[in-house]
Design a protein around this ligand. Structure first.
Ligand code: ADP
Ligand code: MG
Length: 350
């Protein structure tokens, strides 16, 4: 986004998840994007995913020299598959430089909303957001984007472009899947349901704070992550509280189309924006935070339970078997005592 350049030739693979959002991604593509691509004379190949992990397997084996960009028409979940498929490859260092695009077709379109926001356009939703992202695609605007490396206690390693969530946010994300037919409003519905049965999640949280003198990271810094069986180094901050309502690490500006969660975040700022809410917050206060988030005003609420830190790495160790952990909105562990770390770096392309 920051350094406009027209990719060579522009042969684009467009991956569509026909079940994302309200199940209308394909119709949205033919109705709003197809004509735009034709007018811009951009040749593309449409791939309709047939099952979960179809896209991941496809990009893992694809001959990437054939494609100038991989574009996802779905929610954030399909991009998560594509990024992890690229990182599965032996030639991942080169593969992850492939320009990626997102066209909002899901119910969770956080990256699309973020990219639109970075383009300094006034806020847009639904079809208008789709048109904006389609436009950016046609113009071939490409910029760098951070990826975060995540290690789970199960020894699994993942790459994340959006968020790591535990507690309230993760539970809402997964529980609201059943309302996906209503579209993006599913998060508000899920929030109201979860508020009624608000839970406290016990765990340990530690992080490596950003120092003013830190240079912008240009490599995946797994060296920042002490082994999960090791204590965190002295330079880390260990959070005193162990009773949380939510922990959310986000590295894009938006968590959803109408949640401007990290107002200062940029695609390649090399930062993990860490938010946590400690136990004791009232239901109305928590609701107020989420409502204020639409305008990015939650930090101005003066809520003593909300903490925000810019960090380079973190470790989260749930101590109660309740609650889920999500990465980029996808459930990764059912939180039976997992431990995780994350570290920021390695710009990909967006
Ligand atoms: P939404 O924002 O609506 O949740 P996502 O893009 O996040 O849309 O996709 C939801 C889930 O569907 C993801 O876990 C993704 O991996 C999975 N998926 C992708 N293609 C298919 C398919 N053809 N059938 C079923 N699930 C799929
Ligand atoms: Mg970022």
């Amino acid at each position: 986004i920051s350094e406009p350049q027209r990719p060579r030739g522009m042969r684009v693979m467009i991956l569509v998840n026909p079940h994302s959002g309200r199940g209308q991604a394909l119709q949205l593509f033919t109705g709003h994007v197809q004509g735009m691509l034709t007018e811009a004379a951009i040749p593309y190949t449409l791939v309709i995913t047939e099952h979960q992990n179809h896209a991941r397997e496809l990009v893992r084996k694809a001959d990437l020299s054939q494609w100038d960009a991989l574009v996802i028409m779905s929610g954030d979940g399909l991009l998560f598959e594509v990024i992890n498929g690229l990182m599965d490859r032996e030639d991942w260092q080169e593969a992850i430089q492939t320009p990626l695009g997102i066209l909002p077709g899901g119910s969770g379109n956080a990256l699309a909303a973020s990219v639109h926001h970075y383009s300094q356009s006034p806020p847009a939703w639904n079809e208008e957001l789709l048109l904006s992202c389609g436009f950016m695609l046609c113009k071939g605007l490409v910029g760098s984007m951070d990826l975060v490396s995540i290690h789970l206690a199960s020894r699994q390693r993942l790459f994340s472009f959006l968020s790591l969530a535990w507690g309230f946010v993760a539970d809402v994300d997964i529980e609201s899947e059943k309302y996906r037919h209503v579209g993006a409003i599913r998060f508000l519905m899920g929030t109201l349901v979860r508020l009624a049965t608000l839970k406290v999640y016990q765990g340990r949280l530690a992080y490596l704070p950003v120092k003013e003198s830190d240079s912008k990271t240009r490599a995946l810094l797994d060296t920042l992550l002490p082994g999960l069986d090791q204590p965190v180094p002295e330079s880390w901050t260990v959070v005193r509280e162990e009773d949380f309502v939510l922990v959310l690490a986000i590295y894009q500006s938006h968590l959803a189309e109408d949640l401007w969660t990290a107002p200062g975040a940029m695609a390649d700022d090399g930062l993990i924006h860490l938010f946590y809410v400690t136990a004791g917050i009232s239901r109305p206060a928590l609701l107020r935070l989420f409502l204020a988030m639409e305008k990015g005003a939650h930090l101005a609420c003066g809520c003593p339970h909300l903490v925000y830190e810019k960090v380079k790495a973190l470790r989260l160790e749930p101590l109660t078997p309740q609650g889920m952990i999500t990465v980029d909105g996808e459930m990764v562990e059912e939180a039976h005592f997992p431990v995780l770390g994350g570290s920021c770096g390695e710009p990909g392309q967006a």
